[in-house]
Design a protein around this ligand. Structure first.
Ligand code: F6P
Length: 548
């Protein structure tokens, strides 16, 4: 991969100057001076999705300059490298090919001259057959009963992705009850075990490495639980499935070889829901719907690969994000889905963004002097409106927000959806245009409000506006559209990381935490005082030991 310090480019320098010219311009004047603004700054993705980025603090010149930044940092080359299977995960010496998992063509994708599509397609076929047996009730438990409950045990990418998608696609789900256990806090597993019957439960142990402590601890407790009832080691064959790149460890754990669904080192954990890690999704919505989900992602991959930068949705959204993070110095970005089923969407992209681009060393190994990933957060609308939107409307921070909503709801219930979508439109409009003193007075007069305190409270009511938003309207949250939406955000993350000259596909910071926790665990377990702690950690441990 190229190694270009983005801040040293001519484009960056020009953007800095351009920022000085534009930083105080209000969205109001941007809209009033250009009647075609919406047309210019919105893109349709087929007939299913409309991305409106007109309510951003940008002009045509800004977009042009941002695109030059992408060109000067040779983004085109980066995209080609990723799609061609080059080892762009440099520090782990791996390719990054989640796009291959949703390659819906006959096109070969080669790693070391080997077509990886052969293994991908044969694993998909196995998942299809297996899931059909479970859904149809043909797969039997150790007592000969059909399966009613699926428990996915995994953490990070082996949990957040499949959990988010299973929830988002609930309207497509069948009779199987899905559970997700991730936290090593025994409460998580125990609360699920209380609800399920060992004679009707299937555990999916989802772990790329099959070494992650949280997952292995939960998996071992689940194994003990089944054995407690079945009293037979062979019962594990009916109740344990492994989704992993580490077949040896899965076998050692006691999973039958036929119950292991592999994936490959070139699938990053946070991009693994398209691989066998997505088995819980298939069990929940059926293989046919999973294929549509892959189709939707593949369509976005094609768009990302082929579309001109000026019309390329992931690239434009990434550039706009860089514009705010690196020029306006905004620190966070909110993802706000106006769809209750998508309640885990922000959490999923928290990992995807922050684990990928939460870096401070560039591809040259040097300390970075600019911002990389914004902090990602969010909640579904309208709940967020009654919690944190106050700060977005009137606080001191600039918080770019993505508003996502389906046009057609899966639940027709009176005027609920019309109200929800009205809030969606109202929020983006108010965030952009705010409400001035004059507008408030006019409104109060129209309402014939006789409140004599009006003057006193006026300053507190003014909403400055000029808060940027993207609006993503999706016809309906179908498997296809959700696939496209996820792929859109994945590529956005890639573009940001690429231009900001960091490695997006490793996560060394997380690894350090794992090692230290392991050391502390050993010293607590064996009650040894072999580690020299700082006074704070020692004080906390002493207090813990006093009561434990
Ligand atoms: O949290 C760090 C991480 O390595 C993630 O990248 C990954 O999704 C998660 O742990 C789980 O890892 P595994 O799938 O190997 O259990």
């Amino acid at each position: 991969m190229k190694n270009i310090n983005c801040t040293q480019t001519k484009a960056w320098h020009n953007l800095k100057n351009h920022f000085q010219e534009i930083k105080n311009i209000h969205l109001k004047s941007l809209f009033s001076s250009d009647k075609n603004r919406f047309k210019k700054f919105s893109i349709k993705f087929g007939n299913e999705m409309l991305v409106d980025f007109s309510k951003n603090r940008i002009t045509e010149e800004t977009v042009q300059k941002l695109i030059i930044l992408a060109e000067e940092t040779d983004l085109q080359d980066g995209i080609k490298l990723m799609f061609s299977g080059a080892k762009i995960n440099y520090t782990e010496d791996r390719s990054v090919l989640h796009i291959a998992l949703r390659n819906r063509t006959n096109k070969k994708i080669l790693i070391n001259h080997c077509n990886i599509m052969t293994d991908i397609n044969s694993t998909l076929q196995r998942m299809k057959q297996f899931s059909q047996l479970v859904i149809d009730g043909i797969w039997k438990s150790y007592t000969g009963e059909s399966i009613s409950d699926i428990v996915n045990i995994g953490i990070g990418g082996s949990d957040l992705g499949p959990y988010m998608v299973t929830e988002a696609l609930r309207p497509y789900k069948n009779h199987l009850n899905m559970h997700y256990v991730s936290n090593v806090d025994g409460t998580h597993l125990n609360e699920v075990l209380k609800k399920i019957n060992p004679q009707k439960t299937l555990f999916l142990i989802s772990s790329k490495t099959f070494t992650t402590d949280e997952t292995m601890t939960n998996a071992n407790s689940a194994k003990k639980w089944i054995l407690h009832y079945s009293k037979s080691i062979s019962s594990l064959d009916k109740h344990f499935i492994a989704l992993s790149t580490n077949v040896d460890n899965a076998l050692k754990f006691g999973v039958h070889i036929n119950n292991i669904f592999p994936f490959w080192e070139w699938v990053g954990g946070r991009f693994s829901l398209w691989s066998s890690v997505g088995l819980s999704i298939i069990l929940s919505i059926g293989f046919h719907n999973f294929e549509k989900f892959l189709d939707g992602a593949h369509a976005m991959d094609n768009h990302f690969y082929e579309a001109d930068f000026r019309k390329n949705i992931p690239i434009l959204l990434a550039l706009i994000s860089i514009w705010y993070t690196n020029f306006f110095h905004s620190k966070t970005e909110a993802i706000l889905p106006y769809d209750q089923y998508m309640h885990r969407f922000p959490a999923y992209f928290q990992q995807a963004n922050m684990e990928s681009n939460g870096k401070s060393i560039d591809r040259n190994g040097k300390k970075i002097l600019y911002h990389t990933s914004p902090i990602i957060w969010g909640e579904p609308g309208t709940n967020g409106q009654h919690a944190f939107y106050q700060l977005i409307h009137q606080g001191t921070q600039l918080i770019p927000c993505d508003f996502i909503a389906p046009i057609i709801s899966h639940n027709i219930l009176g005027q609920h959806h019309l109200k929800l979508i009205s809030n969606f439109f109202a929020q983006t409009q108010t965030l952009a245009f705010g409400q001035t003193k004059e507008e408030i007075i006019k409104e109060q007069k129209l309402l014939k409000d006789s409140n004599h305190n009006i003057k006193k409270i006026l300053p507190f009511q003014i909403c400055p506006g000029n808060q940027p938003t993207n609006s993503i309207l999706v016809r309906k949250i179908t498997p296809y559209n959700l696939g496209s939406l996820i792929a859109l955000y994945e590529h956005k993350i890639f573009v940001q990381g690429y231009i900001l000259n960091i490695f997006s596909f490793d996560q060394w910071g997380v690894e350090i935490g794992k090692k230290i926790a392991q050391n502390i665990y050993s010293s607590l377990y064996y009650n040894k005082n072999t580690i020299h702690y700082d006074s704070s950690t020692q004080g906390l441990i002493n207090f813990y030991k006093y009561f434990a």
